[in-house]
Design a protein around this ligand. Structure first.
Ligand SMILES: C[S@@+](CC[C@H](N)C(=O)[O-])C[C@H]1O[C@@H](n2cnc3c(N)ncnc32)[C@H](O)[C@@H]1O
Length: 252
């Protein structure tokens, strides 16, 4: 049976890898690395670099994949994502069929942890027309969510209270989720915190977590909104792209 290891690699730094992830990286024969735009390409270079830095005494190959693009103009987001998943599955399925030989083990490096807004497992589940099943092994990684909490020296949860993880799009369209006062927001290209009532809300914001470009801002949302918007623009200008995550905490 074909084995594929999905390895969470944190923010691509060796120090973010668990011991289990290091062992798994050293057992992979062929890594499949997608890329297609400046962000994906830089993240793909970080993956190449990570392999060079942590794999010792084991020969491996890296197969770069031309990742299909999502239709960003489509009004039907869910449909666009589902079409994109199928297109990526077709590319990955072809690469697995042609590049993995005999008992070779394949590897996919998931940014952060594959459990959070990562398509790797969904793409693997959608691989088309395989005659034999794939054994998928998941090795957890350190997520940007955990790095956010550590960088701000906070716990994301309060005593016996829930935590919600959501996206910038959800926050912008539906507002602060009801029934929950602690919300982690990811995938926000538009500073969606500007669209909620800032009264009684504290924000813990971070960009480029876990890298030398890391930027942190925290405070009452009303007081720091403009600062975060400006710091985000600066962070993006410096690197050409930016990824940010934040916790919104409502005071009762
Ligand atoms: C496609 S999701 C992948 C999340 C990833 N699986 C994780 O566990 O962090 C990308 C989103 O994760 C967050 N993210 C990833 N890397 C980040 C970083 N270095 N600093 C801040 N946020 C980051 C951002 O919200 C970004 O939009």
């Amino acid at each position: 049976m074909t084995t594929i290891k999905v390895i969470g690699v944190g923010m691509g730094e060796p120090g973010h890898l668990t011991g289990e992830a290091v062992a798994a990286l050293n057992g992979v024969d062929v890594f499949f690395v997608p890329g297609h735009d400046p962000v994906a390409d830089e993240l793909s270079l970080l993956r190449h670099d990570l392999c060079r830095r942590v794999i010792a005494g084991h020969s491996y190959r890296v197969v770069d994949l031309e990742d299909p693009r999502r239709d960003r103009e489509s009004p039907d987001y869910a449909r666009a994502v589902s079409d994109w998943t199928l297109a990526r599955a077709t590319v990955l399925g072809t690469a697995i069929a042609t590049e993995l030989h005999g008992n070779e083990i394949g590897g996919l490096l998931a940014w952060g942890d594959p459990a959070f807004y990562d398509s790797t497992l969904r793409v693997l589940a959608a691989l088309p027309g395989r005659s034999e099943p794939i054994d998928v092994e998941v090795i957890p990684g350190i997520s940007s969510i955990q790095l956010l909490a550590a960088a701000h020296r906070i716990s994301l949860t309060r005593v016996a209270e829930p935590l919600q993880v959501t996206t910038g799009r959800q926050l912008a369209t539906k507002g602060f989720p009801p029934g929950c006062d602690d919300v982690v927001v990811m995938l926000d290209g538009d500073c969606s915190f500007r669209h909620i009532d800032p009264n009684g809300v504290t924000i813990y914001w971070a960009a480029h977590l876990g890298s030398t470009h890391q930027v942190l801002v925290s405070g009452d949302l009303a007081d720091v909104t403009e600062e975060i918007v400006a710091r985000r623009v600066e962070a993006k200008a410096r690197r050409g792209w930016v990824m940010d995550t934040y916790l919104l905490r409502r005071t009762r």
